[in-house]
Every structure is written in C-alpha cells, then in structure tokens.
Design a protein around this ligand. Structure first.
Ligand code: SAH
Length: 300
C-alpha cells in the first residue's frame, strides 16, 4: 500500500466541520486542529451523498481519494449547479472494498517491476456497487477508466457524455489497474493527454468539468458553448476587454467599430489563422469536413 493512501485514512469529510460553507464563499485557509488538518470544501458533504435524484445527470467516481472531491467542481458555475442539483456527484471509496484488516487494494505486479497494481477483485466490488444503482444502458451511462493509454478526451466526447444520463469513472493509482478488470467490464479507457498523472482523480475532474458545463442550465446566461474553441473544430479568436488602451496596446479597431459583419469576419479569420499556425491537425480535419477533401492541407 502506498503512503499517500495511508495519509488519508481517518480523514474526515471537511464539510462536516463547515456545513455553512456556500459554493461562492471564499474558502478560509486550512486550519490545524491538533494533528488533524481540516480542509474546507465548498459544498457540504451531505450534498454529495444524499439519495440520488433520478433525473439529474450524475457522475460516480470510484477513487482511493474521495476527499479530493468535489474540489474545484464545487466552486463557481459547476459548484452552483451542483448545489442546485442540476447535476450530482457520488464518490465511492475504493478502500471500503479492500481486503483484510488493512483493507489492501493493491499488490505487486505479476512478472516483477516497480510499484503496485490495483487488484481486480477489489475494483470489481466497487464497480458492481456503483453500477447496481444505475438505471440506464451503457450508451447513456458509460463506464470509464481514466488511463494514459485511453482514447484522447475531446469536446465531442464531452458532448456525448453530457447527452447521456450519467457516467461512472474509475480512477487508477500507482502503476494502474489489473488488465482483467478492464477486459471483464469492457471499461472504456479515456486519457486527458500524453503525460502521466499520479492518479485518475485530476483527470476525472477535468472530464467532469468539461462535460457538466455542456448540460443545459449549468452555464445559465453566460452560455457560449457554441462559439468557443473546438465547437466548430477551430480554435477561438483572441478576446479583449477594457481598458481600450493598455501599456501602449490598443484593442483592434474593428472590435470597436460596432460593425457586426466586419467583426464576425475578423474573428473567423483569426480563428483560421490561429488554428493553421498552432494546430495543423485540427485545421486538416476541419478542411476535410468542409470540403470532403482529406488532402485539404495542400494550401497550408
Ligand atoms: N503505469 C501506467 C501509468 C499509471 S498512472 C502507464 O504507464 O500507463 C496511475 C493512474 O493515473 C492511471 O491508472 C490513471 O487512472 C491515471 N492517469 C495517469 N495519467 C493519466 C492521463 N494522462 N489521463 C487519464 N488518466 C491518467
């Protein structure tokens, strides 16, 4: 068992100590009560663990670090929507399913090598418990393992998840999880990028954040998910706000002109320029979709 998990044993939901903490309130610095360091969370714990609302989009997270949630998801727009029950979050503590007195969840890799691997039987017990409460087919409630070997997460995937009724996420730790549990459940592996995190929790939060903001009513009037980067396959144009003059740099005149057609044209040109320069892969895909021409980068 790795040290980082032992550290959290005996930790207590911080919400219990500050049940009045609202999603918008600034979190006070962590206070130290004797040896127990109490971390304030924005959303009181009970909010996360109440009985499920049947119709709210739900993220279930199987993790060795349940106290990491909701973390930033409990703040600002996603936090407000969580409080308003537009979506809900359930954490399933993998340690509960551990074996023996020490609740072991991992063991050394077969064949040797460094680190530890999460046991299939322990993970299976947690997955079974999570799925027992799911009343939706897999297409509407995917079962996902965060994994650097997975399909790269993107905006289209976030849209697919947001269109469903929920999601079950398995967070790996240490060297990862036993392959048999992936095969047995047909876990869909999803990566948030070509780098290695110490565990799936941060990846799960990124995936949940990107998905939840696409659920109707979460962004409220600030909604602009139609215009932003990736929604049309291109990167977004640059943004400016007051002051008009700053450090000798002026906002581009066209944006101050009030001429809507010119503004739209400028923005779209900027989008194309940025995408061509920075993301030739996206640019090629966009041209191929538009022209049905996979060699669309000829003009580059
Ligand atoms: N030994 C593994 C990495 C394990 S990292 C390998 O080389 O492939 C430990 C856990 O962190 C993984 O099981 C996964 O759940 C999570 N993780 C690490 N990097 C990730 C990424 N880029 N995307 C999604 N999850 C990741």
């Amino acid at each position: 068992m790795a040290e980082d998990d032992r550290m959290h044993e005996g930790g207590r939901p911080a919400g219990e100590t500050s049940p009045e903490a609202g999603a918008e309130r600034k979190a006070p610095p962590a206070r130290s009560h004797g040896r127990l360091s109490i971390r304030p969370t924005a959303v009181p714990r009970p909010l996360m663990e109440d009985r499920r609302l049947e119709n709210a989009w739900t993220a279930q997270v199987i993790t060795l670090l349940p106290e990491a949630f909701p973390g930033p998801l409990g703040l600002s727009l996603t936090g407000r929507a969580l409080k308003e029950r537009i979506w809900q979050l359930e954490t399933i503590d993998l340690r509960r399913f551990g074996i023996g007195r020490h609740r072991n969840v991992d063991d050394t890799p077969a064949g040797g090598g460094p680190g530890m691997v999460l046991r299939p039987d322990v993970l299976a017990a947690a997955i079974d418990e999570a799925r027992r409460s799911v009343r939706a087919p897999r297409e509407e409630w995917p079962l996902i393992l965060l994994s650097p070997r997975g399909r790269p997460f993107d905006q289209a995937m976030a849209r697919r998840f947001a269109a469903g009724r929920g999601i079950t996420l398995v967070c790996g730790r240490f060297e990862g999880v036993d392959q048999r549990v992936i095969d047995h459940y047909g876990l869909e592996e999803v990566s948030i990028g070509d780098f290695i995190l110490t565990g799936g929790e941060i990846a799960a939060m990124a995936l949940i954040d990107a998905t939840v903001r696409l659920i109707p009513r979460v962004l409220g009037n600030q909604a602009s998910t139609e215009e932003e980067s990736f929604s049309h396959g291109l990167l977004e144009h640059p943004q400016y706000t007051r002051p008009t003059d700053w450090e000798g740099r002026r906002i581009p005149e066209v944006l101050l002109s009030g001429h809507h057609a010119n503004i739209a044209r400028w923005r779209s040109e900027q989008s194309v320029k940025l995408t061509r320069e920075r993301r030739p892969d996206l640019w090629r895909a966009w041209r191929a979709r538009r022209d049905g021409d996979p060699e669309g980068d000829q003009e580059l």
